[in-house]
Each structure stands twice: as structure tokens, then as C-alpha cells.
Design a protein around this ligand. Structure first.
Ligand code: SAM
Length: 198
């Protein structure tokens, strides 16, 4: 599901970019147990490309493959990441156009809560990760999406959302096992974690 104008403004601004570059990069660095040097990384739902920039500049990924459902976001990412080692495309997380076991790490900067059939998104991530590959995720739980503010000002699927325990249970069903305790940040607005493919 694409963003409405309000959430687009909340995502595409310098404060969020600074947050991703400084705080979120540090969280993922810690959860990954170090940087991603030499790795082939997949970013799902890349938006305007700040996440891919973080993966290259802060976590030292070798190459980032990134896609988003929204072609206008992908165009912004193309402009931002011009001449960087990034492959960009328009695509759907429920049907990732990548071979099985093709990536060392997959990164979700807050997109799976936008996907109506999110369980299919998890199945696809598990498919494209190599054995022992890592998923790093930042997500928004159901009880936050159910608040008046989120319902009034943002557009998300209403049914079939998840709390962190449901999210990690689905990961486990696809052979992605948590490597650390789930953390809650920004006053509980988001949860983050990591899971490794068995
Ligand atoms: C909250 S934004 C996050 C964007 C970016 N990851 C960031 O952190 O700035 C969610 C993004 O997911 C994308 N998206 C939603 N559903 C998607 C799907 N099924 N497949 C791929 N991308 C999707 C939206 O277009 C949007 O860019």
C-alpha cells in the first residue's frame, strides 16, 4: 500500500533521514553484530533511498539491491543514489524479483506493516536470504496503527496487523529465528529486531 501525503511528508524529511543515519544505523549495527562489509544486501520498500545510503555509508554494505512499490519513490532514490553500488527497481515485496538464497542480509526500514498480506512478504524474504542470512527489521505494531492519530492521518491495511510476538512467530515459521530480544523505541511507536535463517 502506497503512502498518503501526510505519511510521505513524515518519511521524506531531513529529521527522519538524520534519525536513520545516526540512531537506526547504530541499532542495526549492534543487532547485526558489526558492519555488513562485503555483503550483498537487499532493502525492501526503499522509499526515497535513505536506507540504502545508510547501508552503504554507515554499515559498509558492498552492494544494495532495493525496490519499492511506488515508482515516484524509486525515482527519488535513483536521484539520491546516482553512481552508488545500488540496483533499484519498482517491485512488490510479496513477489520479490530475486533468485532464492541470493542475499546475505535483508533490511526492512518500516514497510511490512503497509503490506496487506504481510505473511507472504516474510515468506519472500526467507526465500531470497541465503542459509545463515540475516534479517534486520524496524516495524510498527498493531496497537499503534489502531490509535486515533494513525487511523485519522495515515493509510494502512486495517485487518491482519501484528504485534511483535506475532511477527517473530511468523518469522520462525519461515526458518528465521530471532537473534536478540525485541527492542521498543520512540516511546513504543516502533519495534526492532534481527533474525537469522536456519
Ligand atoms: C513507511 S515507508 C518507509 C520507506 C523507507 N523504507 C524509509 O524508511 O524511509 C513504507 C514504504 O513501503 C513501500 N511499500 C508499501 N507496500 C509495499 C510493497 N508491497 N512492496 C514494496 N514496497 C512497498 C511504500 O511505497 C513506502 O515507500
Amino acid at each position: 500500500m502506497k503512502l498518503n501525503a501526510i505519511e510521505r511528508a513524515a518519511m521524506n524529511n531531513p529529521i527522519r533521514a538524520a534519525h536513520q543515519h545516526h540512531r537506526e544505523a547504530a541499532w542495526f549495527h549492534r543487532l547485526a553484530g558489526g558492519n555488513l562489509a562485503g555483503q550483498n544486501v537487499l532493502e525492501v520498500g526503499c522509499g526515497r533511498g535513505v536506507g540504502a545510503e545508510v547501508l552503504l555509508d554507515r554499515l559498509h554494505a558492498n552492494h544494495v539491491t532495493a525496490f519499492d512499490l511506488d515508482d515516484t519513490m524509486v525515482e527519488l532514490a535513483r536521484q539520491r543514489l546516482h553512481q552508488r553500488p545500488v540496483s533499484l527497481s519498482v517491485g512488490d515485496i510479496c513477489d520479490i524479483q530475486q533468485p532464492a538464497a541470493s542475499h546475505d542480509t535483508a533490511v526492512d526500514f518500516g514497510i511490512i506493516h503497509h503490506v496487506p498480506h504481510w505473511q507472504q512478504a516474510i515468506a519472500e524474504i526467507a526465500r531470497v536470504l541465503r542459509p545463515d542470512g540475516l534479517l534486520l527489521f524496524e516495524e510498527v505494531p498493531r496497537h499503534i496503527l489502531d490509535t486515533w492519530t494513525f487511523r485519522k492521518f495515515t493509510v494502512h491495511p486495517r485487518e491482519n496487523r501484528f504485534e511483535p510476538n506475532e511477527f517473530t512467530a511468523e518469522l520462525s515459521r519461515h526458518g528465521l529465528h530471532g537473534t536478540a530480544r525485541i527492542e521498543h523505541h520512540l516511546g513504543g511507536l516502533i519495534f526492532i529486531g534481527a533474525a537469522r535463517k536456519s
